[in-house]
Design a protein around this ligand. Structure first.
Ligand SMILES: [Zn+2]
Ligand SMILES: [Zn+2]
Length: 421
């Protein structure tokens, strides 16, 4: 029997076990930095499968190693955290969990980004790789990362000596469910796949006063409004139409009372780009525009807007082109030509990229996994309606087709890279 049929059959046979794990994880979600029970469960699963597991790497991170003779090291990463979202899917295994903050506030928790799917297929892949040990040679390094949604977990694991205490991989692999691809399909993008994510704060200063006497004040609300509009020209007039960037002002806060002119208005921005060149250009333009709008408004040099760019930004995910092309071709052969779709890169961020940026850079790939019921996908396409996005309280990928394809694709990718010579 050819190996691909053997693998498909083995995945089918193991699925009831993985499905139980999935419904457990889905109904027991944990927020970023609180993935304790999730990590314990994954550690147990990996140990039973024969991996050497270390817990507590960069918080609740896990590192599981399977050394299987000579050959390269392949790292496979899953994320573990859920989101403060109140689930509205009405699934029998929907989350009813709440997380109590130190402040006493109760937050609903849901796996609304599909990290439960990622973990389930991660364990499914570990079980297949362990069962197929005689078909590959090298080291398999499986890591479960905390706090992806906060853009912190990858950095924490690296700072805790991920590649020094354990082993430095030759390849990094991960995937993310995609809310606009039918289950049963995958997409492998070569080059930029996710964006640089920068967080920028702007404090706009004025001179407070009575709302009835604007001439004796300097109204920072009007100035902030000008800045908000002027910032729109960065993407429309300064970035090349062939390039891409996003400047979103997500919050604007100023003033306490309708009759008062406040002293200050605060803006919070998210900035998305692909290339480093465009990133620098957009950030420089934000500063130039904010400062010069203030100057034109008569703000003195000592009271120009203060611009704070968060140092720990999330760099864009760049899928190594030779690795991506190799795996894409392999998926076409193994999963089927129609199963491999083309999609556009997106402007969301993913801290998986950090594992590949440690010099000398490690060829890395994060591919997408279809996570929509194919019938619902077709219907939405025909009726031009939109499907629940990631982070939506209605996000409900059909588990069986999604997870099985995920296990197959991830196992095939690992087997290709760890092929016995
Ligand atoms: Zn997310
Ligand atoms: Zn996610």
């Amino acid at each position: 029997m050819p190996m691909d049929d053997t693998l498909k059959n083995a995945i089918d046979k193991d699925y009831p076990y993985i499905h139980n794990l999935y419904t457990h994880l889905h109904s027991h979600p944990e927020l970023s930095f609180h993935e304790q029970k999730t990590a314990e469960r994954l550690a147990k699963e990996l140990r039973v499968t024969g991996f050497e597991v270390t817990e507590g790497v960069g918080g609740y991170g896990l590192v599981a190693l399977m050394k299987n003779g000579e050959g390269p090291t392949v790292m496979i990463r899953t994320d573990m955290d859920a989101l403060p979202v109140k689930e509205k899917t009405e699934l029998p295994y929907a989350s009813t969990h709440y997380h109590q903050e130190k402040s006493g506030q109760n937050l609903p928790v849901m796996h609304a980004c599909g990290h439960d799917i990622h973990m389930s297929l991660f364990i499914g892949t570990s079980r297949r790789m362990a069962a197929m040990k005689k078909h590959w040679s090298g080291t398999l390094m499986m890591i479960a990362q905390p706090a992806e949604e906060r853009g912190a977990g990858a950095r924490l694991m690296l700072e805790d000596g991920l590649f020094e205490r354990f082993v430095r991989p030759d390849y990094n692999l991960a995937l993310h469910v995609h809310p606009e691809l039918p289950s049963g399909t995958v997409s492998v993008q070569s080059g930029y796949s996710f964006a640089n994510v920068d967080s920028v704060d702007i404090n706009v200063f004025g001179q407070g006063g009575h709302g009835a006497m604007p001439a004796s004040a300097k109204d920072p609300i009007v100035l902030a409004a000008h800045i908000v509009i002027a910032l729109q020209t960065i993407v429309s007039r300064e970035v090349s139409p062939q390039d891409a960037a996003v400047v979103t002002i997500g919050t604007i806060q100023g003033g306490m009372k309708r009759e008062n002119i406040p002293e200050q208005v605060d803006l919070q921005l998210t900035v998305r780009t692909y290339t480093e060149e465009t990133r620098k250009k957009v950030l420089t333009s934000i500063k130039r525009i904010a400062e010069n709008q203030a100057r034109s408004y008569g703000i003195t040099e000592d009271k120009l807007p203060k611009i704070h760019i968060e140092q720990k930004y999330i760099p864009a995910v760049y899928n190594d082109p030779p690795l991506s092309q190799r795996i894409r071709e392999h998926f076409k052969k193994r999963l089927g030509r129609e199963q491999v779709k083309d999609i556009q890169p997106s402007m969301v961020g993913e801290d998986f990229t950090l594992y590949g940026l440690i010099e000398p850079r490690i060829p890395s790939l994060m591919f997408r996994l279809g996570a929509v019921d194919p019938a619902a996908y077709e219907q939405a396409k025909q009726e031009k309606t939109s499907l629940p996005s990631l982070h939506s309280p209605y996000f409900a990928p059909p588990p069986e087709a999604t997870i099985k394809t995920g296990i197959e694709a991830m196992t095939e990718a690992a087997l290709l890279l760890l092929k016995k010579l």
